[in-house]
Design a protein around this ligand. Structure first.
Ligand code: MOS
Length: 766
């Protein structure tokens, strides 16, 4: 092991757990072996609105193996209920099911059956009988009074949890919508976006294990073990240190596993009541009514420009449904505030109180639908004005952060357009629609911008070297498939100059140092600097320790002359060295640790995290950017759309691991394609129920649908955002894709379709 250690950061490397995952060796949350376990099965309400009149548990209790059945009449009460806003805890919803007999949405939990086997619980759950008084549900966005008797209400701001805080919904910039009168041309339209559901491969699962009545271990499918710990402690009235949340592996999250939802506390309450561990794994169908979704939305837009393609004003209205008890709205108007040099803007959101559960965050919340509409409108405008879509975007490039006029921390969007156009072959596009054909198919090309806000969170990591020469890096972060453990290992191996496999990452447990939510593409940028700091401090302490030891050959040396290499402390010129092991043992230590922190200083996207620097340089707009290009082939007879090429070029800060980052983008771009052409959860308005709550009827692309996706990252380290220079890659991939595909469909067919998903039948209509 004398060869110089290669830097690992910046190199493409597989995930540490990749082999374990593909071989099926991993125990996901619902697989963890727990002695004396009871299996819980949730009983969802079949009606969307009404009241439970009577409950009959007789048949359930007669099933062999059933231990208990809980109903709204017998469910233990929560000592404390969720309240919004909470700057410490992110709840999926403030609603507490099984606390009374009122039904607000189909799928609302109304029973929980506990049995010795999953089979017994599942069977018994079908035997729980209710008599309901049923009312006609309100689920439609179109017309009629909502549950409060109004057509809608218009909140002035929306609460988006502690990551983004409050966001204004009624924005007015410049002259507002009246500025549209000054425009030479305008695009006016309504975009209709379908209901979408997170469908992580691993369903949501909770297992509650009590030690007495006041110490809880919760094995949870969580994007943030500290959020679940803090939430469960508060709701159950326990000190935080009495609750431990463990999430070793996550099979996809996409937003639905971030907040605290009711299934977790229902499991904890019932496990305490029966005095045994209880596990609940939601069925695929229950995933559609238990952990939020991306709500169906109508976005009305008026966008005005001058004849030479300068944007003049936009007026944006979003309409969607929210539950009876709270406002939740995806901020789809938000991209209009930051993306282009738009001198006048007015936005508002309209919410209809309806018999739906609370929607929630789903990949690139706000940006995914908002960029879709904004970029579609820009492409319509480009066609209307006869300006190339890239040229139109260049003419409206925001040179400063449009929200407050501050500079960008970094922005390489123009380079993304240029490199993307080259890689994609944009110059071969004949701008006339229906002008390109191949093999009897209509060929279309489209493009769009991509962007995502950079969110940053407080994070901690602890790096430890042990007397056997190995190291570990510990943080309570979870890994939802993005590679948290892998990048932690890469960073610490580099900082300590250790072979990669001498560094063990420990994550996914609230007994480890506090890490933030894995959400908002913010975990890597927040945690990487914490791990770097911890490792650098540890290195400094090791060197100082050796220098201070009388018997060390390094005694009295200058710290600046010493380096770590391959488990040794080496003096300049390498003539003298000694192992870390020797230095630690001489000091009588079996291990030594240092903690590192990253603290961006609260919610907000425009501070550096360093007050002195902010005072000196001022705030910055912080976003990742990209350009996405799509080529489609459309069957002129059948309207079938085939995506032939997707090319994305991104500037997302420093890339710690190009392989994992590319995987994030491929996944996000595939989802954008799915948003454009596949995904829709259908609501039956008569019953207020989703009808396709399974993976056979909820359409997503399969491998054969997805072309090769060409992803390029521009070199873009951004030290303003954090010392690691990382902006994050988890969310941006989905943004812009649906607009690029929608424009490619127009280019192929001449048809503008302002809805998702775009299905063949819409192309066949005249
Ligand atoms: Mo992401 S929607 O913030 O998990």
């Amino acid at each position: 092991m004398s060869a110089a250690i290669q830097p690992n950061t910046g190199r493409p490397m597989p995930r540490i757990e990749a082999g374990l995952k593909v071989s099926g060796a991993i125990a996901y949350t619902g697989d963890i072996g727990i002695p004396d376990l009871l299996h819980a099965v949730l009983v969802p309400s079949p009606i969307a609105r009404g009241t439970i009149r009577t409950v009959d548990t007789t048949a359930v209790e007669a099933v062999p193996g059933v231990v208990r059945v809980f109903t709204p009449e017998t469910m233990p009460k929560l000592p404390s209920v969720p309240e919004q806003p909470d700057w410490d805890i992110m709840y999926g919803s403030a609603f507490v099911p099984m606390a009374d007999m009122t039904i607000h949405y189909a799928g609302q939990p109304i029973g929980l059956v506990l049995a010795e086997t999953l089979e017994a619980a599942r069977h018994a759950a079908t035997l729980l009988r209710f008599a309901f008084t049923e009312d006609a549900p309100v689920v439609s966005l179109d017309g009629g009074p909502d549950l409060s008797g109004e057509a809608y209400h218009e909140p002035e701001q929306v609460w988006l949890g502690f990551l983004a805080g409050y966001l204004p919904a009624t924005v007015k910039r410049g002259k507002g919508a009246v500025a549209l009168d000054d425009a030479d041309v305008s695009i006016e339209g309504s975009w209709r976006l379908s209901n979408n559901h997170h469908n992580p491969m691993e369903p949501v699962a909770s297992t509650a294990v009590w030690d007495g009545a006041d110490r809880l271990t919760l094995y949870e499918t969580s994007q943030h073990v500290y959020n679940h710990r803090n939430g469960l402690a508060k709701l159950l009235g326990l000190p935080r240190e009495n609750v431990r949340v463990v999430t070793h592996y996550v099979g996809g999250g996409f937003g639905c596993k971030g907040p605290v939802w009711s299934h977790s506390w229902l499991v904890a309450l019932t496990a305490r009541e029966v005095g045994r561990p209880v596990r609940l794994v939601l069925s695929r169908a229950q995933m559609y009514t238990s952990v939020g979704f991306r709500e169906e939305q109508r976005i009305d837009l008026r966008l005005g420009a001058t004849r030479d393609g300068r944007l003049v004003a936009a007026d944006v209205t979003k309409l969607s449904a929210t539950p009876a008890w709270e406002d939740w709205v995806e901020p789809s108007w938000y991209p209009f505030t930051f993306m282009y040099d738009l001198p006048a803007l007015e936005t508002r959101c309209r919410l209809r109180r309806a018999n739906v559960m609370a929607p929630t965050f789903m990949r690139a919340p706000g940006e995914a639908p908002g960029m879709l509409v904004q970029e579609c409108a820009l492409n319509e405008l480009a066609a209307e004005l006869g300006i190339d879509p890239i040229e139109l975007r260049l003419r409206n490039h925001a040179d400063v952060y449009p929200v407050d006029g501050s500079p960008w921390s970094s922005k390489r969007l123009k380079n993304c357009y240029r490199v993307g156009a080259e890689r994609f072959g944009w110059s071969s596009r004949n701008p006339t629609p229906r002008s390109m054909r191949a093999d009897g198919m209509l060929i279309g090309m489209g493009m769009a911008s991509a962007s995502h806000t950079v969110y940053r969170q407080r994070a901690q990591a602890r790096v430890t070297v042990t007397a056997d020469g190995t190291a570990h890096v510990a943080s309570g972060a979870t890994d939802i498939g993005t590679g948290s453990a892998t990048f932690l290992r890469q960073i610490v191996a580099d900082e300590l100059a250790l072979p990669l496999d001498w560094v063990l990452p420990l994550i996914g447990d609230s007994s480890l140092p506090e890490a933030p939510m894995q959400a908002g593409a913010s975990l890597t940028g927040s945690l990487a600097p914490a791990a770097m700091t911890a490792a650098r401090d540890l290195k400094t302490r090791l060197l100082e320790m050796a220098i201070g030891q009388d018997e060390s050959p390094l005694h009295g040396r200058n710290a600046g002359d010493l380096e770590l290499n391959d488990g040794r402390i080496v003096a300049g010129g390498k003539e003298t060295s000694e192992t870390v092991t020797t230095v630690l043992r001489r000091a009588g230590l079996t291990r030594m640790s240092c903690d590192g922190r990253f603290d961006p200083g609260g919610v907000g996207q425009v501070r550096s995290g360093d007050p002195e620097r902010d005072a000196r340089e001022g705030p910055r707009g912080m976003h990742s950017f990209g350009a996405i290009f799509a080529k489609v082939a459309v069957d002129p007879e059948l309207g079938l759309i085939r995506v032939r090429q997707l090319t994305g070029v991104y500037a997302c800060g420093r890339i710690l691991n190009p392989k994992l980052a590319e995987s994030q983008l491929i996944g996000g771009i595939t989802w954008g394609m799915s948003q454009a052409l596949f995904e829709s959860t259908h609501m039956d308005p008569r019953f207020g129920r989703f009808t396709n709550t399974n993976m056979a009827e909820y359409m997503i692309p399969v491998n054969l649908d997805v072309p090769t996706i060409d992803v390029t990252f521009l070199d873009d380290p951004d030290p303003f955002i954090n010392p690691a220079g990382v902006k994050g890659v988890g969310e941006i991939g989905i943004t812009g894709v649906a607009a690029a595909i929608s424009d490619a469909v127009w280019h192929a067919t001449g048809k503008r379709l302002r809805h998702t998903p775009i299905l063949a039948e819409a192309l066949l209509e005249d």
